[in-house]
Ligand binder design. Sequence first.
Ligand code: MRU
Length: 346
Amino acid sequence: MAVSTIEWVDGRIRMIDQTLLPNEFKQIYCDDLPSVWEAIKSLRVRGAPAIGIAGALGAVLGIWNSTEKTYDAFATELKSATDYLATSRPTAVNLFWALDRITRTAQENSHLQISELKEVLLTEALEIIDEDKAMCRAIGQHGMALLNENDTILTHCNAGGLATSDYGTALAVMFSAHEAGKKIQVYADETRPLLQGARLTTWELMQAGIDVTLICDNMAAQVMKEGKIQCAIVGADRIAANGDTANKIGTYNVAILAEVHGIPFYVAAPTSTLDFALETGAEIPIEQRAAEEVTEGFGKLTAPKGVKVYSPAFDVTPAALVTAIITEKGVARAPYTDSLMALRDT
Ligand SMILES: CSC[C@@H](O)[C@@H](O)C(=O)COP(=O)(O)O
């Protein structure tokens, strides 16, 4: 993308406010920890890798003006920043991975002057962004080998440049194929309730000149039955050691539909989305969102006031429904417990 999803600018964090897209393209600044927390919680910045970057930059912002003189006092301040950011959203493991990485970097450099340590932490956060950019490009290269000429791909939610530092994961596969001259088409699920597919994925694909068609989530079965889809590719928020994959609510539906219609179902994610501490997806924490996002998500009441609402933001697709997991290190196939571990260690 021409403009960075999220970046560090002179002691502040600048990000595209994704809640305004596609009606308005606006960059906003976060000057303090509460504004970073709010930006993550309210989905101004969203998508697992981008949330990780927001966490890393947010942790740096949290200690940037620290006046502490000793490492212990500085470490306490850093911990209160990372603990606070960790409460913003529970599902994407990239947030916790990035916060841990900043904490570890501080511990490894505890001998430095506090002023030097701040710079080292900023360098580490910027390194996470650079690595993410490289990982997205590599995912694109590995994934496009799975696509054939004239394939039509179904995707769900937004796993594009907006959900990462740049280029995306699931959408990286489509961008790479398109840039390599492969003729592809995409169907994008609108992705209820906050329409990341309708608002963000179609916007990104149209900007790239990729042929995209928007469908409501409940149209996917019919579109598959009509033979219009050759594969599904989605992103991930957390992948357990056995390959069970948490992603935006509705992804599990897509995987079941793909299985029934004999269509490959691919997950594209960087290895920072793997959580080997969890044996299966049953342990993945699922975020619950506010009822209003379902009943009046875009300012118009679409259900009776006071109706009971249940709104999990993510679901877990069992590994058995996943044809392959595309990472920056290569493509893993079942049994995932072995193949993911092998990829991590390469
Ligand atoms: C490359 S992003 C992969 C996932 O984070 C994405 O598909 C998704 O589920 C995002 O959910 P969101 O609630 O918009 O943060």
